[in-house]
Design a protein around this ligand. Sequence first.
Ligand SMILES: NC(=O)c1ccc[n+]([C@@H]2O[C@H](COP(=O)([O-])OP(=O)(O)OC[C@H]3O[C@@H](n4cnc5c(N)ncnc54)[C@H](OP(=O)(O)O)[C@@H]3O)[C@@H](O)[C@H]2O)c1
Length: 275
Amino acid sequence: MTNNEEIVVLGGTGKTGRLVTRALRDAGHRVRPASRSGEVRFDWADESTWPAVLQGARALYLVAGPPGRNGLLARRAVDAGVRRLVALSGRGMEHCPPGSFPEMAEAERAVRESGVEWAIIRANNFHQNFSQDYWRDPLRAGRLALPTAGVPEPFVDTRDIAEVAAALLTGDGLDGRAYDVSGPRAFPFGEAIRLIAEASGRRIDFVDLTPEEYVAELRAEGITGDELAELVTTFEMLRAGHLAEPSDDVRRVLGREPIAFEDFVAEEAARGTWS
Ligand SMILES: NC(=O)c1ccc[n+]([C@@H]2O[C@H](COP(=O)([O-])OP(=O)(O)OC[C@H]3O[C@@H](n4cnc5c(N)ncnc54)[C@H](OP(=O)(O)O)[C@@H]3O)[C@@H](O)[C@H]2O)c1
C-alpha cells in the first residue's frame, strides 16, 4: 500500500474516531488518527499542523471543528489529494433553526461543497452518552433530569456509527447523501433509565423537566451562552419528534441490525459503569 491509500480520522481519540480507526485497521486499511493528543498531531487552532495530516491521504472522517474552520479544512484536504469526505453530524439537523449547531452545519456544508465524493452521518444521541459522557455522572449520582416530554428516541451505539463511517470511507462509489444512523428501537429516556437502574441493581430517578426548569438547572450548574442554547435546541428537536423515528440506514450500509440499547446496558452494567 502507498501513502495515497491512507485515511485521516479527525477526532481520532474521541468516542467515534477511535472506533473508526479500529474498524478501518481491522479491515486492513492504513489510518492516521489525528487530534491534539493522538498518534498524529492535528490542532484545529494551529494550521501549521494540517499539511502533514492531509498530504497524500485519500479519504477523511470529519468530526466538526470550530465554526470558520471546516470549509477551509475541506478545501485544504481536497487540494492535498483527498478524494472522499465523510462528516459526522446530528440527527434532525435538517430541521434545526438557522444558526444552531454551527460546527455541524458548517461541516455538512463543507463536504457537500467539496467537489469530491462525500457522505454525512446524522447520528441519534449515542448510547455512550450514558456511559462515557454527559449523563454518566448524573446516573451514578442517582438522578438524571432532562426536558423530553416523554418523546422516544432510537439511541445509537458508537460502534455502529464507526462501522458505518468505515464502510462509507472505503466502499465503492458514494452517492453523496446524508445517512440517518439510529438504533433499532425508539423509547423514552424514562425507559432507558429504568433499564440502566435494573441492570445496575440500584435506584436511579429520571425527572422529565419543563423547558423552563431545565434552563434553571443548567444555569445553576454554571452553563450559559452557546452551550446552554445548544442543549436547549437539542431537546426542542427531540420534543418536536425530529429524532424519534428509527432509521434503516445502519442495516442498509452494514447488512445487519444495529446494536440494541439493552445489549449495551448489559455490557456496561457488568463493567460497573453505573455502580
Ligand atoms: N454525543 C452525541 O450523542 C452526538 C450525536 C450526534 C452528533 N454528535 C457530534 O459528534 C461530534 C463529537 O464526536 P465524538 O463524540 O466522536 O468526539 P468526542 O468524544 O467529543 O471527542 C472530541 C475529539 O476531538 C478532538 N479535539 C478536540 N479539540 C480539538 C482541537 N482543537 N483540534 C483537534 N482535535 C480536537 C479530541 O481529541 P484531542 O483532545 O486529542 O485533541 C477528540 O478526539 C460533535 O460534533 C457532536 O456534536 C454527537
